[in-house]
Design a protein around this ligand. Structure first.
Ligand code: AHR
Length: 325
């Protein structure tokens, strides 16, 4: 019985993955001496990008002397809401989170506002009409990322006369990167009717689901020319499916992905992926700066957009050895 209770307690702690680093003391610092407590509600550990993002946040908190209370929502909105409520109860100085999905945040954000705890959105946005519910949003422009993917495709097939059959692996349903990367891409390729998205389904940003969904795409669509995957991990899973079907990734099926994590860049350098649009996970240092400012009551920009680039196969070969994540 004791063993079972211990296991349950341990499982609960692991699910919340509460970790503290830095030197402040639970919600009392208030930023006066720079020592503040941040509650950070992470999406999960679904991808290489997410692992790098978590490390960036944890390392930066340590370097900035911010006490970090960290929770992993395992890609579930209800877990994130629970974590945010627990941070409110603990009276942290600031809450930061990367929302799993865009909708359904108003109630808990209102609770944080009523408790006078500032909230920073990081990586992903919410669709709340009331923008006073959070202080700032730090992260990428996902629509722009989708457009960059589309622009490469339009250029690559500029002389093609036949239809170009595209399959799309979407990120987590309802998440900002899935919604926006789809919209940006569709906007660019929509200008030419030869580009046809013949199948589009979620792979939940994971390698396993990317492989599974690509296997199904290959079974029902014999003539796939292009795969557009909303992240590297799904693209890497899909490569396994393509090879399993006896086709050559990067040649028989051209592949565009988003992120540029090391494994994706390796596949790009190896010729298995054709183009990667970068999405930087290294948000930690900027997040800590913003957090200190909002706790002090200083003005911060409503939107801070991350700087990013794109990579061809040749560019990947050049930068691979110095890639941090
Ligand atoms: O929100 C950023 C996205 O989430 C990354 O592109 C993806 O890899 C991650 O899971």
């Amino acid at each position: 019985m004791f063993k079972r209770i211990s296991a349950l307690v341990l499982a609960g702690l692991t699910a919340m993955s509460v970790a503290s680093c830095g030197g402040g003391s639970g919600g009392s610092g208030g930023g006066g001496d720079g020592s503040i407590t941040m509650g950070f509600a992470q999406v999960g550990a679904e991808s290489g990008w997410r692992t790098a993002n978590t490390k960036s946040v944890q390392d930066s908190a340590k370097n900035a002397g911010v006490t970090l209370k960290f929770s992993d929502a395992q890609q579930k909105q209800e877990n994130q809401i629970k974590a945010i409520r627990s941070y409110i109860q603990q009276k942290v100085d600031v809450i930061a989170f990367s929302p799993v999905v865009e909708s359904g945040w108003d109630t808990v954000l209102k609770e944080a506002k009523d408790a006078k705890i500032p909230v920073i959105l990081t990586d992903r946005a919410v669709d709340s009409k009331d923008t006073s519910l959070y202080k700032t949003f730090l992260g990428s422009d996902f629509v722009e990322e989708g457009k960059k993917a589309g622009q490469w495709l339009v250029q690559e097939y500029k002389d093609a006369k036949d239809p170009v059959n595209i399959v799309e692996l979407q990120g987590t349903t309802g998440s900002a990167p899935a919604n926006d990367r789809k919209a940006g891409f569709a906007q660019v390729i929509g200008a030419d009717p030869k580009f046809k998205v013949i199948a589009s389904q979620t792979g939940d940003f994971t390698r396993a689901k990317g492989k599974e969904v690509m296997e199904a795409f290959l079974k029902s669509n014999p003539d796939i020319d292009v795969l557009y995957a909303h992240n590297d991990d799904m693209g890497l899973g899909a490569i396994e499916a393509i090879e399993g079907a006896g086709k050559v990734p990067g040649k028989d099926i051209k592949i565009i992905t988003v992120d540029a994590v090391k494994d994706g860049m390796q596949a790009l350098a190896d010729g298995k992926i054709n183009y990667i649009v970068e999405c930087s996970p290294l948000l930690g240092p900027q997040l800590m700066d913003l957090a200190k400012k909002v706790v002090k009551g200083e003005q911060v920009p409503a939107r801070v957009v991350t700087e990013e680039t794109t990579f061809t196969q040749e560019q990947a070969k050049q930068v691979l050895s110095s890639r941090q994540y």
